[in-house]
Design a protein around this ligand. Structure first.
Ligand SMILES: Nc1ncnc2c1ncn2[C@@H]1O[C@H](COP(=O)(O)OP(=O)(O)OP(=O)(O)O)[C@@H](O)[C@H]1O
Ligand SMILES: [Mg+2]
Length: 224
């Protein structure tokens, strides 16, 4: 589903070189893959390349076999909207919108009508166990409920690939595991593919595949 081939993205800052260097990895369809590694090891940089939010200096990103990293920005933007879902660590929901409106938003940005977006968003919220909170705004939801709403929003458009950066970082330990269990279920149910950056052991324990990064390089791959 996702192939990263020899990706390099270097940042030069005050003579120091950081980023990711020559990373190759493949995530098959329906896989829940975790990018693990210490702070600064390149997890977010790699997610941004995989999510077409940044372009590599060298190497290729392929989605479903198609070379996507060198497409023009317009086409990349379109792919992000239609084929990718994003879950960020925090401040990921629009505060003035209800949970339901937040989940409807990416659908409406794609041109789906409100009449069609509403039942799809309701189904997505129901799937993550938030049906009874759909008219709450993010400030009226707990941290774990906000993360589940963010997952519903990422999944409502039926993306091929969901990218999540430290999705459990703002949750206490009791919530991190269930959140990943939900992702694993969704991967199995829908054949959705997940690439999750995390150093949370509860997340890594639930992965189908773990890619370990160190100083911007891939240093290990495990299939627990
Ligand atoms: N825009 C930037 N300009 C310069 N250096 C950057 C930039 N973004 C990231 N870096 C550097 O690249 C390296 C990798 O950063 P990255 O954010 O990918 O790490 P990370 O593994 O996500 O860390 P964390 O676990 O703390 O989120 C770090 O050394 C960081 O300082
Ligand atoms: Mg990061």
């Amino acid at each position: 589903m996702l192939q990263l081939c020899n990706l390099t993205r270097a940042y030069e800052l005050g003579g120091e070189r950081a980023g990711v260097f020559g990373v190759s990895l493949a995530v098959p369809k329906g896989c829940l893959a975790v990018l693990a590694g210490p702070s600064g090891s390149g997890k977010t940089t790699l997610l941004q390349l995989a999510g077409l939010l940044d372009t590599p200096d060298e190497g290729e990103v392929r989605l479903g076999g198609e070379l996507v990293s060198s497409l023009p920005e317009k086409a990349r933007c379109d792919l992000r909207l239609r084929r990718l879902g994003f879950v960020f660590q925090a401040f990921n929901l629009v505060p003035v919108l209800t949970a339901l409106e937040n989940v409807m938003l990416p659908l409406q940005l794609q041109g789906v009508t409100e009449a069609e977006a509403r039942p799809r968003a309701e189904a997505a919220l129901d799937r993550v166990g938030l049906a009874d909170r759909r008219h709450h705004r993010p400030g009226q939801l707990s941290g774990g409920q906000q993360q589940r709403a963010a997952i519903a929003r990422a999944l409502a458009p039926d993306p091929l690939l969901v990218l999540a950066d430290e999705p459990t970082a703002s949750l206490d330990h009791a919530h991190g595991g269930p959140l990943l269990d939900l992702m694993a279920e969704l991967a199995a149910e829908r054949g959705a593919t997940f690439l999750v950056a995390s150093h949370d052991p509860a997340v890594i324990a639930r992965a189908h595949r773990v890619f370990r990064l160190m100083d911007g390089m891939l240093v290990g791959e495990e299939r627990p």
